[in-house]
Design a protein around this ligand. Structure first.
Ligand SMILES: [Zn+2]
Ligand SMILES: [Zn+2]
Length: 227
């Protein structure tokens, strides 16, 4: 596996942009500047400026805010930071017993300063995980999660096991707290009890409790069909 020298890495901000772009590209097939502004809580003008810098430095190609793509260098850098992010999350969960509703933000403080040597050691100690504690795939392991549909695509009455909470839900702390307070976590067994399309909601039963979720949230939660 190719490694960046730490000195070749972009700034922390650019790394966070690259990580989010990788996720957009991986799961939605396009990088949307307006969503970047929303997700980072900055103005569209700030995003436009950052994108220009990223284009100048050869992390992305694009026509202003349109048709944005990671370059080969950009992709390698994105994979590097997302690996460090996910390994840090595991470190926080396994060693420091951090609840997985809290690891995402904490990881941002650490991931950018992990050296390639430490990254390699972490990967060995953690036994080369294929998904992060939230069930999102490490680069190269996308096939692991590809068989898990979102809750919005599962019929009523079908027993499933929750496997994955999408990164874009990880970024919403309030939502994440709600999910974890209600045991909506990877490994939880559940079943959809009602779908109300006119209301854009569905209800699931988890540990005898019925919880209603909006489609926009349910789309971020993926489950494995139980046999
Ligand atoms: Zn970060
Ligand atoms: Zn994660």
């Amino acid at each position: 596996m190719s490694h960046y020298k730490a000195s070749d890495r972009p700034t922390h901000t650019i790394e966070d942009y690259l990580m989010t772009m990788h996720v957009m590209d991986r799961d939605y097939g396009e990088i949307i500047a307006a969503r970047l502004a929303e997700m980072f809580g900055v103005t569209p003008a700030t995003v436009a400026m950052t994108l220009k810098r990223m284009e100048r430095d050869n992390w992305i190609t694009g026509k202003g805010r349109k048709d944005i793509h990671l370059t080969e260098t950009g992709r390698t850098a994105a994979h590097s930071v997302i690996r460090r992010h996910m390994l840090t999350e595991w470190l926080l969960v396994k060693l420091l017993k951090t609840p997985i509703s809290k690891t995402h933000d904490e990881a941002h403080g650490i991931e950018h300063v992990i050296s390639p040597e430490l990254e390699g050691r972490l990967r060995d100690v953690l036994e080369d995980p294929k998904v992060c504690p939230h069930g999102n795939p490490f680069p190269g392991y996308e096939y692991v999660t590809s068989g898990w549909p979102p809750l919005t695509e599962i019929p009523v009455g079908q027993p499933v096991v929750i496997r994955r909470i999408h990164e874009f839900a990880e970024d919403n702390q309030e939502l994440l707290n709600y999910l974890f307070e209600n045991d909506i976590i990877p490994g939880a067994k559940t079943e959809i009890v009602e779908i109300l399309p006119f209301n854009q909601t569905l209800s699931i039963r988890i540990n005898q409790k019925v919880i209603t979720l909006g489609f926009s949230t349910a789309r971020f939660i993926y489950a494995e069909i139980s046999m």
